[in-house]
Design a binder for this molecule. Structure first.
Ligand code: BEZ
Length: 210
């Protein structure tokens, strides 16, 4: 059964390049990103893990932990990290799960047999501090992901968690936001003293709350 938005994400114990973890304990009070890649020592995956290592400070600014996964064994991950560091000019600075027995991959539906019977697809799960699933993405093996987009979604989730707004297409931090249609104008005037623009009764924009 697929894990759906709003569900509590399953806990698990796993071997990682930074030691054994129990997933929920490892997440603690942070937001989390769990992502799978198809296989070690492959080109697209090498670039992806290098990109994530370079973005680690951006995840940290957002109180977000990030962890990778494939079904390759720990020794393979450790050897491959040296290649990632060399070729991507970085230092892999986040744990990678060695899911050799596939128990995490199967639980999280990361093996999609009509795409590949044995390797994980490129899954992404964004998890909030209550351990609820807030986003899933599934990319094919042939397409490397845009991790800046994952940071953008975290920004949107963290903003809309506390404010009665949503973020429009292609929104970036600092851009105007839209006011939830469920908020009447009178309430919106209180909530957004800086004012808002009514383009249509259901489409009102305002400066992003700080
Ligand atoms: C890659 O990471 O380059 C890759 C992995 C599996 C299939 C195709 C490409």
């Amino acid at each position: 059964m697929a894990i759906r938005l709003g569900d509590s994400v399953p806990d698990f114990t796993a071997q990682t390049t930074e030691g054994e973890i129990r997933f929920h304990d490892w997440l603690g009070d942070s937001w989390g990103v769990l992502f799978s890649h198809p296989a070690d020592f492959t080109p697209v995956c090498t670039t992806e893990l290098g990109a994530v290592a370079k973005l680690k400070p951006e995840f940290e600014k957002r109180n977000t932990k990030i962890i990778g996964l494939s079904v390759d064994p720990l020794e393979s991950h450790k050897g491959w990290i040296e290649d990632i560091n060399d070729t991507q000019n970085t230092t892999v600075n986040f744990p990678m799960i060695a899911d050799s027995d596939r128990h995490v991959a199967l639980t999280y539906d990361m093996i999609q047999p009509n795409a590949d019977a044995t390797a994980t697809v490129r899954s992404v799960f964004i998890i909030d501090p209550a351990k609820k699933l807030r986003l899933t993405l599934t990319y094919p093996a042939s397409t490397g992901r845009n991790f800046a987009e994952i940071l953008r979604v975290i920004d949107s989730l963290q903003l809309t968690e506390y404010e009665k707004v949503a973020t429009p297409a292609d929104w970036q931090q600092g851009d105007d936001v839209v006011i939830l249609p469920s908020i009447p104008d009178e309430e919106a005037k209180q909530l957004f003293p800086q004012g808002f623009k009514t383009h249509r009764p259901y489409l009102r924009t305002t400066a992003a709350p700080r």
